[in-house]
Design a protein around this ligand. Structure first.
Ligand SMILES: [Zn+2]
Length: 237
């Protein structure tokens, strides 16, 4: 590690260790969804020193995004999210290699090509149809997935490692109905869930804590976190 690298990460190395820092620097993470969750998670992963990031989203920046999606500002309106996000994250940490893909996750997406075989995938999506498709891919390819979701003053976070029998079906066995109205949220509340998702990823990648299979349900209004230890379904999706 160079002096600059050491200095940059000097406040977190006491917590994750030199070895943990090295693991972060050597890891590749794919962030799917660059909205409220993805904005913060990708930023925190770059700040923490993750070596390679792939950013995926098919949307353009809209006015209704700006109450929570920290990667964008008024000048970003109408532009593709991955382009702005990549530029911003490169400014945060020039040592993190960032690439992107402007695409939505549907049955027709070539996930082999867009995601490949990273060390970890971040589910920062806003719909269950795409989540199921993504979860199926990561399960089939034994790629650990950190899932998070927000709805109003509620949020949830879980690490699903297929190598330990956990998949997206462990938390959502049925195909969910499509939501007709936009998900309401307050930016600061989304930030809490996003930060927990990023922390879960950093703990896992650095090797200090593996929270596979524990679902954290966060009630933002009552300031409560409920921990649910799930049984793995061992499904091969
Ligand atoms: Zn499962």
């Amino acid at each position: 590690m160079t002096w600059e690298t050491h200095e940059r990460y000097s406040r977190q190395i006491p917590l994750i260790g030199e070895e943990g820092q090295r693991r972060l620097l050597d890891s590749r993470v794919v962030v799917v969804g660059l909205g409220g969750l993805g904005s913060l998670v990708s930023t925190y992963l770059a700040l923490a020193g993750v070596g390679k990031l792939t950013l995926i989203d098919g949307d353009r920046v809209e006015w209704s995004n700006l109450n929570r999606q920290l990667l964008y500002d008024e000048a970003s309106i109408g532009l593709p999210k991955p382009v702005i996000a990549t530029r911003r994250i490169r400014q945060y940490n020039t040592h993190t290699e960032v690439d992107y893909n402007i695409t939505r996750i549907t049955e027709n997406t070539d996930l082999e090509k867009t995601i490949g075989k990273p060390d970890l995938v971040i589910d920062a999506l806003d719909n269950w149809t795409s989540r199921k498709i993504l979860g199926k891919y990561t399960c089939k390819n034994n790629i650990p997935l950190v899932h998070a979701a927000v709805d109003g003053f509620y949020g949830q976070v879980i690490l699903l490692d297929p190598n330990k029998g956990y998949c997206i079906d462990c938390i959502a066995p049925r195909t969910e109905h499509k939501r007709k109205t936009p998900i309401p949220n307050v930016g600061a509340g989304v930030g809490v869930i996003a930060s927990l998702e990023a922390l879960t990823a950093i703990e896992y990648l650095s090797g200090i804590t593996d929270r596979t299979g524990t679902l954290y349900v966060i009630d933002l209004k009552h300031r409560q976190i409920t921990e649910l230890k799930l049984k793995p379904c061992h499904k091969t999706l």
